[in-house]
Design a protein around this ligand. Sequence first.
Ligand code: SF4
Length: 391
Amino acid sequence: MRPTGKLHLGHYHGVLKNWVKLQHEYECFFFVADWHALTTNYDDPSRIEESVWDMVIDWLAAGVNPGSSTMFIQSKVPEHAELHLLLSMITPLGWLERVPTYKDQQEKLREKDLATYGFLGYPLLQSADILMYRAGRVPVGADQVSHVEITREVARRFNHIYGREPGFEEHAESAIVKMGKKNAKLYRALKKRYQEEGDLEALETARALLKEQQNISLGDRERLYGYIEGGGKVILPEPQPLLTPESKMPGLDGLKMSKSYHNTIGLREEPDSVAQKIRTMQTDPQRVRLTDPGEPEKCPVWGLHEVYSDEDTKQWVQKGCRSAGIGCLECKKPVIDAIVEEQRPLHERAAEYESSPDLVRSIIEEGCERARDAARDTLEEVREAMGLSYR
Ligand code: SF4
């Protein structure tokens, strides 16, 4: 998660509650992506440090447990930068230019100059972040699936250049069949010539032959490139996305809760401020007076009832609103109470950590050490595979 400011209840319901669950089901690595914060905020790094520690405390307050997961800061594990650099050597520029968020974000953040090398490469930095821990699953929202996809392509390419996947032969053989009889026969003959006689011309011809094939996927093409030259083991396993259900948490205006919409309630917002924000929320515009009936579906407060209220309360709202039997302030009260109640343990846990910054630092230090151990193992293999493990 990028440290770009204090977290809000949208993050809590959308991401953190899921992490708290995942940490008991998988071995989890959660990290503060401070380098990623620089890809769009490179011109103003002044808030990064404060945001990093605020965010770590938000995680701890939400129940992310350093005993059940590894929590660390990206820039404290510099191996991420090395893997990013090494992967950049084999990543075609077109793959990065095609990532949907590249153009989208440039459009959305027009006031910033994002025609930078770092911004183009940030999905590859993410790939390094993922592949570093040989992650099996990456918890992402639907909009981030393309980033996991490019990570899979990078891993596949790496393995085909420097290693080999399980079942490689079978996959390669069925890919050959897909090229059609004539091309398959030619490919096999060229492969034999190259492998038995070291004929480089045969290798070149086989590569050109693969390039013009329309019937095989990118993955198959990579496989067949590797198959001509023999192979090895899987060094960087391909991760799968683990889709996080979309957060239903609405903001104060009924739209998705998001900092850019200025409609948030902070994860650790003070109870008075929560009450104040909700009391001043817009309601159904038809309810000008207390005696005017309203329609919950047209009121942003209803969205919050859907998240926080039980069936009885929801029926009380529906009936009371449509019959003008309850006032809007009365209707908002159970929502205020539920949010304040939800935040109570978060405030308590956060207070503990806020009063002992050394404890927070040592949790992160330990996490960074654990992450570095795993990262060193991966990099050792990567360096060896790339011929860089000499003294
Ligand atoms: S009574 Fe509740 S649901 Fe109806 S308009 Fe007022 S705040 Fe909205």
